[in-house]
Ligand binder design. Structure first.
Ligand code: NAP
Ligand code: F7E
Length: 346
C-alpha cells in the first residue's frame, strides 16, 4: 500500500517533534518545514534526522517560513501531502505583548497562507488540514469547564491571532468543503518544552538550584490555574481528528487543574526541597526550610498586561468521538521532566 504523506509546519517545536515520531511509527513519510536560523534549531528532531544522501528517506526537511506565502505554497505544491499539520506559530503568550504584529502575521495569517494553497490545489488533490488551536481562545470566559461551545474571550495578541486562525479554518471548511479541523488544545508540556514556558522554567531552575548551579527562580503570577497535559498524548489527538469521516473541532484537555504555585511545590518536593512561603510587600517568596535561602521570588517583569486566570477543559467530545484520553497524569509529567532535566545537568 502507498504510504501516507504528512507535512508539518513547526516541525522543530515541542509538538512537531512528538508528532513526527508518532507519524513515522504509523508508517507515514513525514516532511517538515523549518525556518532558517543562524544557530541550530533542530535539537528536538536530531535523533530522527536523515542525511540528504540517504535513499528512500522517511523524514525530509524543507526550508520555509509561515510568514512567506511563496515558501508555503512552494513546499505544499512540491510535497503534495495527504495531511498538513499547522503547528507553526509565535507561541509565547507573554512575548506576543512585545511583538504583536509579528505574532498576528505568523500565528494568525500563517493558517490562511496554508489554507489558500490547499484550496488552489483542490482539483489536483484533497489535502486534509489540522490547525493548532489553543485554550487561550477562552481567555477570561466565565464558564468553569470549557468545551467546544464555550464563548471565546481572548486576552492577548497571541490569543486574538489564534482566534483568526480558528475561524478561517472553519470558514474554509464551510466555503470550500476542505477537510479542516481545529484542535483546541489546553496546555501540554514535556521534557522538550521551550525553556521560557512556566513548567520548563520551574523544573529547570529548581533542578539547577538543587545542583548549586543557580540561586533563585524568578517568577510571575503564582495563582494562574492551568489544565496541564503531556504533549505526547496530545499529538495523537491531532492525528485522530484527521482520520474521522467528517472534519470537526475538538477540545483536548485532562479535566484537572493546578496553580503555578502547586507546580512549584510538587516539583520542589520531588527534588527533596522543602519550601516555606512568605509575603514581602506585594510579592511572595519561598525559602528553603533547610538553610533559609530564597529559592523562589516573584518579579514584576514576569506578570502579563492581561492574564488568563483559570483554564480547565472538558474534552468529553474527543473522548467519545475520537476515543482519545490522556495516558499520563500530572505527577508523571513532572516526574519525567525532572528526570530528563537532571540527566541533562549531569
Ligand atoms: P513551539 O515549541 O513554540 O513550536 C513552534 C514551532 O513553530 C517551532 O517549530 C518554530 O520554529 C515554528 N515557527 C515559529 N515561527 C515560525 C515561522 N515564522 N515560520 C515557520 N515556523 C515557525 O510550540 P508547541 O508547544 O510545539 O506548540 C505547537 C503549536 O500548538 C503552536 O502553534 C502553539 O501556538 C499551539 N499550542 C500549543 C500549546 C501548548 O501548550 N504547547 C497549546 C495550545 C496550542 P523554531 O523552532 O525555529 O522556533
Ligand atoms: O504560562 C504564568 C503565566 O507561558 C502559564 C502556550 O503553549 O499554553 C501556553 O500558554 C501561566 C500563565 O503558558 C511565569 O502568567 C507565572 O498564567 O507556561 P505559560 P500559557 O501562557 O498558558 C497555551 C494553551 C498556548 O496556546 C500557548 O502557545 O504561568 N507564569 N510566572 C509564567 N509564565 C511564564 N512563561 N513565565 C513565568 O515566569
Amino acid at each position: 500500500m502507498k504510504k501516507k504523506i504528512a507535512l508539518i509546519f513547526g516541525v522543530t517545536g515541542q509538538d512537531g517533534s512528538y508528532l513526527s515520531r508518532f507519524l513515522l511509527k504509523k508508517n507515514y513519510v513525514v516532511h517538515g518545514v523549518k525556518r532558517r536560523s543562524s544557530s541550530l534549531n533542530t535539537d528536538r528532531i536530531d535523533d530522527i534526522y536523515q542525511e540528504p544522501w540517504i535513499g528512500n528517506k522517511k523524514f525530509i526537511l524543507h526550508y520555509g517560513d509561515i510568514t512567506d506565502s511563496n515558501s508555503v505554497s512552494k513546499v505544499i505544491n512540491e510535497v503534495l501531502p495527504d495531511e498538513v499539520y499547522n503547528l507553526a506559530a509565535q507561541s509565547h503568550v507573554g512575548v506576543s505583548f512585545m511583538i504583536p504584529e509579528y505574532t498576528s502575521n505568523s500565528t494568525g495569517l500563517g493558517s490562511l497562507r496554508i489554507l489558500e494553497t490547499i484550496r488552489n490545489l483542490k482539483k489536483k488533490k484533497n489535502i486534509k488540514y489540522y490547525q493548532a488551536g489553543s485554550s487561550e481562545l477562552f481567555g477570561s470566559s466565565k464558564q468553569k469547564k470549557k468545551n467546544e461551545k464555550t464563548i471565546f474571550h481572548p486576552r492577548s495578541p497571541y490569543a486574538v491571532a489564534k482566534l483568526y486562525s480558528h475561524w478561517i479554518t472553519i470558514n474554509y471548511r464551510e466555503a470550500y468543503n476542505i477537510f479542516a479541523c481545529n484542535g483546541i488544545l489546553f496546555n501540554h508540556e514535556s521534557p522538550k518544552r521551550g525553556e521560557t514556558f512556566v513548567t520548563k522554567k520551574i523544573v529547570r531552575a529548581l533542578c539547577r538550584i538543587k545542583k548549586n548551579k543557580q540561586k533563585t527562580l524568578y517568577i510571575g503570577n503564582l495563582n494562574a490555574k492551568r489544565d496541564w497535559g503531556h504533549a505526547e498524548d496530545y499529538v495523537e489527538a491531532m492525528w485522530k481528528m484527521l482520520q474521522k469521516k467528517k472534519p470537526d473541532d475538538y477540545v483536548i484537555a485532562t479535566g484537572k487543574q493546578y496553580t503555578v504555585k502547586q507546580f512549584i511545590n510538587i516539583t520542589a518536593k520531588k527534588l527533596g526541597i522543602s519550601l516555606k512561603w512568605e509575603k514581602k510587600g506585594k510579592f511572595y517568596l519561598a525559602k528553603n526550610k533547610k538553610n533559609n535561602n530564597i529559592i523562589v521570588k516573584q518579579d514584576r517583569k514576569y506578570f502579563r498586561a492581561a492574564e488568563v486566570d483559570d483554564l480547565l477543559g472538558d474534552s468529553s467530545k474527543a473522548r467519545k468521538q475520537l476515543n482519545w484520553r490522556p495516558k499520563r497524569d500530572f505527577n508523571k509529567l513532572i516526574e519525567e521532566m525532572v528526570v530528563e532535566e537532571m540527566k541533562f545537568l549531569n
